[in-house]
Design a binder for this molecule. Sequence first.
Ligand SMILES: CC(C)(COP(=O)(O)OP(=O)(O)OC[C@H]1O[C@@H](n2cnc3c(N)ncnc32)[C@H](O)[C@@H]1OP(=O)(O)O)[C@@H](O)C(=O)NCCC(=O)NCCS
Length: 139
Amino acid sequence: MGIEIRAASSVDRERVVAFLDQQGYPHLIDERDRHFIAEQDGQIVASVRLSSVEPALVLRGMRVRQDCRRQGIGRRLLALVAQEIGREPCYCLPYSWLDSFYGEAGFRPISAAQAPSFLAERHVRYVANGQDVIIMRRP
Ligand SMILES: CC(C)(COP(=O)(O)OP(=O)(O)OC[C@H]1O[C@@H](n2cnc3c(N)ncnc32)[C@H](O)[C@@H]1OP(=O)(O)O)[C@@H](O)C(=O)NCCC(=O)NCCS
């Protein structure tokens, strides 16, 4: 059966949180975050969210279930989110090896000096934690 890519509604929220939990996602999810999901046979197989709780729009928590990776699901999900973002500035802190994955959706690497301070600080924390992450911005 095919994959359905769509914006999640409030009805889906509990399942999205459960999916992220299964994926070992370590961060808190705010009630106001907007989620986007991919579903197969009624099961969530991927999700990502837009957080606007902080002083800028941030793309967070991109996860595709392991057995569904490298099938273009992440690309399709990001394309939908890119439409939703439109021309509003949006940031993300992805792994460095995913620069072309996010680049396809219009994100470009920026320096910490070009990023809002809350994100530059988050970047420092992630790097100190051993994570190889970069800062990207769209458009
Ligand atoms: C990263 C992730 C979201 C990608 O989703 P996906 O559905 O597997 O990606 P797609 O199949 O749409 O890939 C599209 C393109 O992105 C790039 N890409 C995808 N995964 C990649 C990886 N692990 N390393 C480098 N490039 C990658 C490739 O160019 C790929 O095209 P190709 O398969 O023709 O080579 C998914 O692998 C995942 O959930 N990984 C674990 C969690 C994670 O790292 N999340 C991102 C946090 S920043």
